[in-house]
Design a protein around this ligand. Structure first.
Ligand SMILES: O=C(O)CCC(=O)C(=O)O
Length: 269
């Protein structure tokens, strides 16, 4: 763990606290981005049970059957683990949590041309970090805009409670849940250049639309973190890892959340 403190300016911290998100540049070098691209290009040709299950010779109309997202790659790939624990990202998170961050989840989205988006949702509905909250670090491996299905955020909704989602339109979203944009708020595009990292609060409503392009992937390496004072988290996200890769003790959060304990298919988000 780095002993650096004060990575963020007061303005950047204020942006995160008041708006619920923050975009940072320059946390990855061109060589590091290239290593991430190479790693997931290699993974894209494999079948890794429980993590990445593509139809490798897919002729399906759904581009996501050939390129589903990769779940928890840090559990089978050393490079993914190293970048989930990337020091410049952890330094930003230390400022945002005001304590040591613990890594809970990694994912890689290929989001090829034509693929569906992910309907608006709140991450801590799924992670159930308590006490405190989770924070996402979303790395743009390709530049991301509204044409290729870049991220949408609803500023200031980090102040809102976690709500029980409605059903999403699965012809447009590959996930089942939708949290509607609350009255008086608006979803705005988070336009990002390759290498930018979007940090956002676990209550912030966010998601993405379809990749409307014919030839531009929208790849992203996405990790979720909790603060070290978190005592419980949903079981799929354990074990939480410290910066040196060691396991931090946490309990399973069995609470049902705003939909109640009967709600099925809480995971994956
Ligand atoms: O990358 C996307 O399109 C959505 C990702 C997302 O919403 C998440 O990781 O929580």
């Amino acid at each position: 763990m780095s002993d650096k403190s004060g990575t963020l300016t007061d303005g950047q911290k204020r942006q995160f606290v008041t708006e619920g998100y923050l975009i940072m540049k320059g946390l990855y070098s061109p060589n590091e981005l290239e290593e991430i691209e190479r790693t997931f290009e290699e993974i894209s040709h494999r079948f890794i049970p429980g993590h990445f299950e593509p139809v490798l010779n897919a002729s399906s109309a759904d581009p996501l059957s050939r390129y589903p997202r990769v779940m928890q790659p840090h559990r089978f790939d050393e490079t993914a683990l190293r970048y989930m624990l990337h020091e410049p990202v952890l330094d930003v998170l230390t400022d945002l949590f005001e304590e040591e961050p613990l890594a809970a989840q990694s994912m890689f989205y290929y989001k090829p041309p034509g693929s569906r988006g992910q309907a608006l949702h709140q991450d801590n509905f799924y992670l159930k970090v308590e006490p405190g909250n989770c924070i996402a670090a979303w790395l743009a491996v390709d530049s991301a805009d509204m044409e290729n299905g870049g991220m949408l955020v609803v500023p200031k909704t980090q102040e809102h409670e976690i709500v029980c989602p409605e059903l999403a339109d699965e012809s447009e979203s590959f996930t089942k849940h939708l949290v509607k944009v609350p009255e008086g708020t608006k979803a705005i595009p988070a336009v990002m250049e390759k290498g930018d990292v979007l940090f956002f609060n676990g209550n912030l409503i966010h998601g993405s639309f379809r990749n409307k392009t014919k030839d531009r992937f929208r790849r992203a390496f996405i990790c979720h973190y909790a603060g070290q004072s978190a005592m419980r988290i949903a079981s799929h996200y354990r074990p939480l890892l410290r910066a040196d890769g060691s396991v931090a003790e946490t309990d399973i959060n069995h609470e049902g959340g705003p939909c109640g304990v009967e709600f099925e298919a809480l995971y994956p988000h």
